[in-house]
Write a protein that binds this ligand. Sequence first.
Ligand SMILES: Cc1ncc(C[n+]2csc(CCOP(=O)(O)OP(=O)(O)O)c2C)c(N)n1
Ligand SMILES: [Mg+2]
Length: 924
Amino acid sequence: MEKYSYIANSEAAYIEELYQKYQQQPDSVDLSWQRFFEGFEFSLKYGDSKPTLNGNGTATTEKPVSASHTRKEMEVVHLIRGYRQRGHLASQTNPLGPRKNRYPELDLSDFNLAESDLDTVFEAGIEVFGRAATLREIVTALQKVYTGKIGFEYQYIRDRKVKSWLRKKIENEFLNFNPTIEQKKRILEKLNDAVTFENFLHTKFLGKKRFSLEGGEATIPALDVAINRGAELGVEEVVVGMAHRGRLNVLTNIMHKPYEQVFNEFEENVVLDEFSDGDVKYHMGYESQIETPEGKRVSLKLMPNPSHLEAVNPVVVGYVRARADEHYNHIPGQDKYDPVLPILIHGDAAVAGQGIVYEVTQMSNLPAYYTGGTLHFVINNQIGFTTDHEDDRSSIYCSDIARIVDAPIFHVNGNDPEAVAFVMKVAVEFRQEFNRDVFVDMVCYRKYGHNESDEPRFTQPTMYAKISQQLNGRDLYLKELTERGELDAQIADQMRAELEGELQELLQKVKQKQLLYERPKLERDWAELRRSVPEDFEQSPETGISKEVIEKVGKALSSLPVDFKVLKQIEKVLEERKQIFAGEKPFNWSAGELLAYGSLLAEGRTVRMTGQDVQRGTFSHRHAVLHESETNATHNSLAYIGEGQGKFEIYNSLLSEYGVMGYEYGYAMANPHALVIWEAQFGDFGNGAQIMIDQFIAATESKWNAMNGLVMLLPHGYEGQGPEHSSARPERFLILSAEYNMYVCNITTPANLFHMMRRQLTTPFRKPCILMSPKSMLRSPMAVSPMSDFLEGSRFQETIGDTYADPKKVKKVLLCTGKIYWELYDKQQKDQRKDVAIIRVEQLHPFPKKQIEAHLAQYKKAEVVWVQEEPENMGYWSFILREFPEIGLGSVIARKASASPATGYMKIHTVEQADLIEQAFAGK
Ligand SMILES: Cc1ncc(C[n+]2csc(CCOP(=O)(O)OP(=O)(O)O)c2C)c(N)n1
Ligand SMILES: [Mg+2]
């Protein structure tokens, strides 16, 4: 308990001292004291008994204010603050009964006040009403506002402007909140839609999983308010991410997906094409447009999502950022984030338990990931599957994560749909006003088990005894309205009968009237692309560029603004760039990479790259953003290619993989014209984002019939840096490779990197592209490309044959991929081994079998082996056997099968590596 004993013990001297400080500078004292002194001065001016100041600045009155009254004034101020800070602990947000005692300590006695003070007038009333008021009035108002059906949490917010905006909304608006009859009808109508739909499914598809919303039906009027109020405040587009709970209800009753379509999915009447495997109905996405009661058209998108709870969150916000960047950045004076609103709907267990929620919340105010604030809505049914909330979190609230970014949290009783409507209204107003995250935690219950065939009484018998007593959301609201005499019960009954009739008809295939869906611009662009077919992978498209473009990009890359001083080493980098782009030196890795981006930018495309330390590059090779050596001012070279160029967005990310990669995946999902790249610091850190890889990158096209062109750069290569800095785990990607779902590459030349990047936006379809990218090869004098390899007519090479070996002499063919090629090549050259041919497989998936066969045709009698530096159980070998069984078991040269990807000792590494090369060139 917070004690205020210093107040009780302090004498007038303390208050005088504060008052003097206040007189000199009002904000030098705490806000509550400021209010107090304002009130004091007010009464000084207008009060009956006129206080005066004596020579020492001490307040005296004609009718003297007693020291005890002054102390009580202070206690009343603290009581007011107490309600604001801890009122939520006493709020009645649980529809199933009283909450656990969280010790709010808001009794009069906690402030040294008593019942006998209730009718005393206190100046402190100014804090709440703008005038003096009796303690009774003050307490009644505070209880109504802070300990009713809403628990407002916002006092921890450090920005005073934000805090006082919220206080006004809460204390002024909520105190006088009374929705109009029309608003009440709308709430009832939405509850009715929600309840009737679930009842209907429950009887027609008995026992089938639908993850019913019952117990949390107020979600539907809540979202309705958010969308409608948002539209009034300029929202044109809402992008929603949500899990299983209530998803079908949101799809039909918010997004207007035809009921008939949902029923069809229950019947599993679906036709799949060759490379699609589909997904369960409660994971599918949807797009629609709706008209609000005020006649505003709003585009809605529900993101498809996997079972993995909360994984969709970064995807939603990344998608929203891309829409803002591309769609809404052209209107002068308009914040590009205002028209597009992300809403993330969480479960109470998931939002408290999943780390990705932390990552995404932490991202919300960073320039790289800012989206103008997310509206978070928690369907808090107080249970996760069979786990009680006492077991699924340490925090008091499931929404406590909001506090890390000073986001306000509104806890609300799901059985009070008007209170739910109020908080959703304020939440969306807050988001539009401050462009920051806001959380609504709707406390409700789950009528059935986790799904409809689960028996919840196995594990929560007492909770379910209470739940069985509950009326459904509509009937409860109806009862309340009827009791309040506000609306006739017959109206709701009539609405219910109408809707049930309609659903029946729909089941017999009667179409529901829908707005014709007008595809927004980027979706029209997606529609111009097509799914890939196997023939597309026989040869990559031409992606070479003209000499003029090379020169233009080279100029941008090697110039600096006037008076922009850089370190000596950077001067050298720029000098080298000049030579490369002038054709005096071959292209190194960095030049090839930056030329790929520059050439796309010159075509007006967007290039976006994030990841840890990407501006410089983990291995100091990229130097995309330069720093002035005295001022630290930055220079993003590729932003200066020329007029009409696209935007080059390159941001160092927060230290996250799951969230950041998910975000970039979402960005790439929205914009087919953007080259979107995520780079891991070391490749295997990507495994922190394994959920994104398994559930989104690899499977999107198959599950959801959607494409994505994200590039993942995963530094990889055995260089003696230990178990975690050697392998990007290519084997994992290859296990996931099938049905032409993604490119997996490990390339050896800057030109091939350039073409790989450009291919991403050149093919008439989009595929994720995973690259095992280099470390030492970044500076290898061997891994370079002549300018001719970038010019028109050139293209990505899936394989690169041997031009040194003599086909007539070749006894052994080494098939390999990536960096080890250069070690094998070195040996071949040093020992002049014309009898050993080396073929590089630059792209592993889709596997370029025809191209490999064409190379091998030259060496018909030779033995063919696969050489890899990874242990035999890792890397590519299992995949090669699957895709190219002709090679035969045992034709592998690799490190021994190991539990860990690499040794921790440089000495052992060196011996192992030399041994691999020896073996590769050893005769039979
Ligand atoms: C990452 C992840 N872990 C576990 C599961 C399995 N699972 C599905 S729903 C669920 C409980 C979710 O509880 P809550 O977030 O409160 O949502 P509710 O079902 O209560 O609406 C669990 C554990 C999952 N889908 N995803
Ligand atoms: Mg739950």
